[in-house]
Design a protein around this ligand. Structure first.
Ligand code: ADP
Ligand code: MG
Length: 143
């Protein structure tokens, strides 16, 4: 499924729709260059889950946990990860195979440990369509 957005609000709204529809144990992976809108999308998902506290990229930790919404929300940003051992140290499988919702920014950096059963989201720019245009490809989910 491909969805095109023309501004951050539309990307947020798409995330929100996905957050509202999320079911326990789902894992979402987010791929795309720096500044493409992964965090904007994530903020939408959090809002769709009923989380009202601000969601930003976890800079000093690999995972940020939000318990306030309809389901626990585990927001990973693995951009700065050195090796997979760091994921093992935080006990990633409790998150990946638990009942909450996992969303992983820069998931391609930990490809080897990603669960097979996941929803993959790729966000791309196309400057020929304007600065704020984004093409969002979602695999593994029916909306
Ligand atoms: P990432 O997490 O991928 O590094 P961010 O979500 O932090 O990126 O930042 C995306 C930036 O792009 C924000 O400043 C946002 O306002 C801007 N932007 C412009 N158009 C869009 C769009 N269509 N969707 C998402 N973000 C957009
Ligand atoms: Mg980000």
């Amino acid at each position: 499924m491909i969805i095109e957005t023309e501004n951050p609000e539309e990307t947020f709204a798409l995330g929100q729709k996905i957050g509202r529809a999320a079911t326990p144990g789902q894992v979402y992976t987010l791929t795309g260059d720096l500044g493409v809108g992964k965090t904007v999308f994530t903020q939408g998902v959090a809002s769709g889950l009923g989380i009202t506290e601000p969601v930003n990229s976890p800079t000093f930790t690999i995972v940020q946990v939000y318990e306030e919404g309809r389901l626990p929300f585990y927001h990973f940003d693995v951009y700065r990860i050195g090796d997979i051992e760091e994921m093992e140290e935080i006990g990633y499988d409790d998150y990946f195979f638990g009942e909450g919702i996992c969303l992983i920014e820069w998931a391609e950096l930990i490809e080897e440990i990603l669960p097979e059963n996941r929803i993959s989201i790729t966000i791309e720019k196309d400057l020929s369509r304007g600065f704020d245009y984004r093409r969002i490809t979602i695999e593994g989910l029916e909306l």
